[in-house]
Design a protein around this ligand. Structure first.
Ligand code: MN3
Length: 233
């Protein structure tokens, strides 16, 4: 936990907040950062300009993501789900109220999304590249398939690169704030990379030009994060 978050936690006796004590035995290392305080954005609002503009980033993080987090905490506190780690919660999400599914997904998906974005130039590891080539024949083919799903997804949702239980990688799309960890989705697995294709993610800059937003996404993918997820899947 970051010192600032720790102090915030100490300073405000969050006794009603979920106890995440048994969290983070998950095989997704990024889960470790999720805690009883809203997580920091890992970069400045303007860091991804011009691919993702500063105003969109600011509203997306401080309004949309924050609201999902706040509503998720409100929906899950004092329920049995409050003591589960996110992976277990999502694996049984069909038994949870819609508010937990929508806001828990919204909270978690955005956190993953920020973590797989960076202004720094990064590259897929040799191991990830080999796995992508095995599953999609080439890196270009993978990007094409992922982009097509992201461009064509109807309505609000997310595009994903996922590691399946059989070890194969695949691309998928989910509706609203669902994700591949949820028992309600058809194609389940461990998320490696995600892209938010809700209009709020791009409309201020790109308006109806979602394909341009998707193409520019590749300029700001944080492959270091994707490599790490793949390694720890
Ligand atoms: Mn969003």
């Amino acid at each position: 936990m970051k010192r600032r978050n720790f102090l915030a936690l100490v300073g405000t006796s969050l006794v009603a907040a979920p106890v995440w004590s048994n969290v983070y035995n998950s095989n997704i290392p990024e889960n470790k950062a999720i805690d009883s305080v809203f997580p920091d954005l890992p970069f400045a609002f303007d860091a991804l300009e011009p691919n993702i503009d500063s105003k969109t980033m600011e509203i997306h993080y401080t309004k949309h993501h924050k609201a999902y987090y706040t509503n998720f905490m409100a929906a899950i506190k004092e329920t049995p789900g409050a003591n589960l780690d996110m992976k277990t919660l999502f694996a049984g999400i069909s038994k949870q109220p819609m508010a937990v599914r929508n806001n828990g997904g919204g909270y978690y998906n955005h956190k993953l999304f920020w973590e797989n974005l960076s202004a720094k130039k990064t590259e897929p590891s040799a191991e990830l590249k080999a796995a992508i080539e095995k599953s999609f024949t080439s890196m270009e083919k993978f990007k094409e398939e992922f982009s097509t799903i992201a461009k064509k997804h109807f309505g609000s949702g997310w595009a994903w690169l996922v590691a399946g239980a059989d070890g194969k990688l695949f691309v998928s799309e989910t509706l609203n704030q669902d994700n591949p960890l949820m028992d309600v989705v058809e194609k389940k697995g461990t998320p490696l990379l995600t892209l938010d294709v809700w209009e709020h993610a791009y409309y201020l800059k790109y308006q109806n030009r979602r394909p341009e937003y998707v193409d520019n996404f590749w300029n700001v993918v944080n492959w270091d994060t994707v490599n790490k997820r793949f390694q720890n899947r």
